[in-house]
Design a protein around this ligand. Sequence first.
Ligand SMILES: [Zn+2]
Length: 340
Amino acid sequence: MERKPIKDDIEIILKRAVEEAVTAADSESLENWKTKYLGRKGEINGLFSRLSEFSAEERKDAGARINDLKNKLEGIYGERKEGMAEKRRSANLSFPGKSPSIGALHPVTIVTREMTAIFAEMGFGIASGPEIETDYYNFEALNIPAEHPSKDVWDTFYVSEKDKILLRTHTSPVQVRIMEKTSPPFRVVAVGKCFRKDDVDSTHSPVFHQMEGLMVDEGINFSHLKGVLTHFITRMFGDSVKVKFTPSFFPFTEPSAEVSMSCNICKGGGCSTCHKTGYIEVLGCGMVHPQVFRNVGYDAEKFTGFAFGMGIERLAIIKFGITDIRYFYQNDIRFIGQFS
Ligand SMILES: [Zn+2]
């Protein structure tokens, strides 16, 4: 019988084994490959079992060739196995992980912190007061007459109309509470929720936030008021902003003013946000009415002071170019998450 030279078989097996090892797509096919060639009943052992067919001389050469093939196949197996593990590792590293979503500050909180920081730089302390107030603190002590429209049952949430207990309509009652407990000189801001019976629309909400400010000392005049508020607005909106004081009326200040700033959207040219006027109203202010001082037992001849109040949402709307106040309260994280 003509024997096929084992040298040829070895070359055929090597060629086939390399092709199959390269195309083995996963570790399961690679393990099957290893069993097929290097396993106990595999092709390498099949070759070794044929050695008995050879003469002692031929056997030595053939044995060396089979061992060489075996080493090559073991080397291929090791490389392919390592290659697959490396691919798995790098695939795992590059696969995007499930990172926890990180919260952001609410725009009202961001603006509140910025505002209080600016007043803190100017030496203002920070105070707070109750959200449920009496008629006295919310209206009477602030020189708001009984017939004033804001006292109307339709405009105010009364907790008890009989006992004249209500949700505060502004943060100004905090002024009275501070003055009752503090002797001048002092300067302070207070931030908190206010409540009015407004129907919800793009500019009104029954719950909103205000900042109140009060500075009392001997010799405080309107120039101090103008200086503090102009500094605040330019710190908040930039040096290029123009600030305008327009005479106004509030029962608890005299004289009173409304403060506007040049529209930061159209830069004063006129747009829908500023109603084509080039200016946006920012806050109300004035010199504390002497009657308010008398109501808290201050010497109105000795002390003067100024007070101001502004809506936090309004400042956030101006600062961030928000078009609708309702966005603040809808808890839609696509909106409230974009201001941090
Ligand atoms: Zn404008």
